[in-house]
Design a protein around this ligand. Structure first.
Ligand code: SF4
Length: 179
């Protein structure tokens, strides 16, 4: 069987889903027998290339995210909505109840962790969209891996099925498990 290619990315997420991906531990060697990981924020920052499988963590919360997910959908044969922020908006979409300016003020002017107490220039930060969207509201999605984060077992199961040209069915492993 020809080796496949995998790309991973995070949009509006916390990177926790990618940490759970790393938790598949030595099973990563089984993945790498069947596929090359040609793009990942853990590995590099190049433009998302053509791939067989794209794992997309996080929701769409900015104009930059929208551009990126449209680009990924055009480049990837299979797009996997990876984790609850991608699947439903989850934590990332909590700001949908607030105005964008309120979110910026809380994050930059009021947050104890920000010494400057200033909202950065627009060129320095993402162009936040008015509303955060789960991926399926923006592009067609082929498969979903729910969980916040998804468990390593769930991630490995889905990846292994896709890499062996099988259709993953989370019911087979007793439904999605959280990490
Ligand atoms: S689903 Fe959970 S772990 Fe994954 S990006 Fe969202 S908040 Fe982080």
């Amino acid at each position: 069987m020809k080796k496949k290619t995998i790309g991973t990315v995070w949009l509006a997420g916390c990177s926790g889903c990618h940490m759970s991906l790393l938790d598949i531990d030595e099973r990563m060697l089984e993945v790498l027998k069947l596929a090359d990981i040609v793009k990942s924020p853990i590995v590099d920052g190049k433009e998302f290339p053509e791939v067989d499988i794209a794992l997309v963590e996080g929701a769409v919360g900015s104009e930059e995210h929208l551009d990126e997910i449209l680009h990924i959908r055009a480049k990837a044969k299979i797009v996997v909505s990876f984790g609850d922020c991608a699947v439903s908006g989850n934590v990332s979409s909590m700001r949908n109840y607030l105005k964008t300016q309120e979110v910026l003020a809380r994050s930059y002017e009021e947050a104890e962790s920000n010494d400057s107490k200033q909202i950065p220039n627009a060129a320095e930060i993402l162009s936040l969209s008015h509303r955060v969207h789960p991926l399926h509201e923006v592009v067609d999605i082929d498969y979903y891996i729910p969980g916040c984060p998804p468990s390593a077992d769930t991630i490995f199961y889905v990846l292994n099925e896709l890499l062996n040209d099988r259709v993953p069915d989370l019911a087979v492993i007793g439904g999605p498990k959280h990490g």
